[in-house]
Design a protein around this ligand. Structure first.
Ligand code: GLP
Length: 250
C-alpha cells in the first residue's frame, strides 16, 4: 500500500481489487465506529462488489453493525421496477443489504417509479436534509470520469434530478443487462452539489480502464468536462485505487 496526495485529495494505492475493497471498507468501518447512526451514501457497479463483500465479512465477524445506519443510494435507472434484477436496488440487495442487519426502512433510493421524476428527486434531496446530510459518500467512477450518473458537462450546482445517459455509459453498463437495448436511457442521480455536501467522500477505482479518468480527475483543473475533478475542491476526499487505476499517478 502506498499513500500519496494531489492537492486536497488523499490517495491510497493498493495492490489489487481485493485490497482496494479492504481499504475502502476499513474507512467505512472507522466512521461507523465513531457514529453508529452514520448516514452513508452508496454507489453501485463492479468496483463496489469487493467493498461490500468486505463489509459483509465485518458484519459476519460481528465487528460492524448497520442497525442504526441510514443509506442513500447515489442513483437509479429511470424508470425501473426495484424488483427488476438490473435495478440498482436489486444490485444493492444481492451485493450487500440481504446479508447485513440494516433496518429496511433506512434504505433509501430515489423513486424510479414516480410519474413525476422531478418531484421524486426533490423529495430525495429533502429526505437527505432531514437525515442531517450524508456523513460518508462512497463513489465509483465512469470511464469518462462521471460520478453517480453526472456525465461530462454537469454543473457544480446540480442536485438530484433526471439525467440522460450517454451512449458510452449505456454501453459500458450493458454488461448488467441481457442486451444493450434493455439499458434505460435515463436515470435519477444525486447531483454534484449533493455529493459535494457530504462530509467525507471516498472514491474507489480499479483497472487500467479507469486510469485515464483518475488522472484527468486529479491532474486537470476542476472542470465540468471531468465531473470527478470537482472532488479536488472537497475538504475531505480520499481516492482508493488499485495499481492499474493509479498507473498515471505513480
Ligand atoms: C455506473 C454508476 C456509477 C459507477 C460506475 C462505475 O455508471 N452509475 O455510480 O461509479 O457505473 O461502475 P463500475 O465500478 O462497474 O466500473
Amino acid at each position: 500500500m502506498q499513500a500519496i496526495t494531489r492537492g486536497n485529495v488523499k490517495i491510497i494505492v493498493t495492490e489489487d481489487p481485493g485490497e482496494m475493497g479492504r481499504q475502502t471498507a476499513g474507512l467505512v468501518a472507522e466512521e461507523m465506529k465513531k457514529n453508529e447512526t452514520l448516514v452513508l451514501g452508496l454507489c453501485t457497479g463492479g468496483t463496489a462488489v469487493p467493498i461490500y463483500q468486505e463489509l459483509i465479512s465485518m458484519y459476519m465477524e460481528r465487528t460492524l453493525s448497520f442497525r442504526n445506519a441510514t443509506t442513500f443510494n447515489l442513483d437509479e435507472y429511470y424508470p425501473i421496477h426495484p424488483r427488476e434484477t438490473s435495478s440498482y436496488y436489486c444490485f444493492m440487495r444481492t451485493e450487500l443489504f440481504d446479508y447485513i442487519d440494516i433496518t429496511s426502512s433506512n434504505i433509501l433510493f430515489p423513486n424510479a417509479l414516480s410519474r413525476n421524476p422531478s418531484q421524486a428527486c426533490e423529495s430525495y434531496e429533502s429526505l437527505i436534509q432531514k437525515c442531517g446530510g450524508i456523513d460518508l459518500m462512497l463513489l465509483g467512477i465512469g470511464e469518462n470520469a462521471h460520478i453517480g450518473f453526472n456525465e461530462p458537462g454537469t454543473p457544480r450546482t446540480s442536485r438530484t434530478r433526471m439525467v440522460a445517459l450517454t451512449e458510452k455509459t449505456r454501453a459500458s453498463n450493458s454488461r448488467f443487462f441481457d442486451v444493450l437495448d434493455q439499458v434505460p436511457s435515463h436515470a435519477l442521480s444525486m447531483g454534484i452539489a449533493t455529493i459535494m455536501d457530504a462530509r467525507k467522500i471516498v472514491l474507489s477505482a480499479c483497472g487500467a480502464k479507469k486510469a485515464k479518468a483518475i488522472a484527468d480527475a486529479l491532474e486537470a483543473i476542476s472542470t465540468p468536462e471531468v465531473p470527478a475533478s470537482y472532488l479536488q475542491e472537497h475538504p475531505d476526499c480520499t481516492f482508493v485505487l488499485d495499481r492499474e487505476a493509479a498507473l498515471y499517478l505513480l
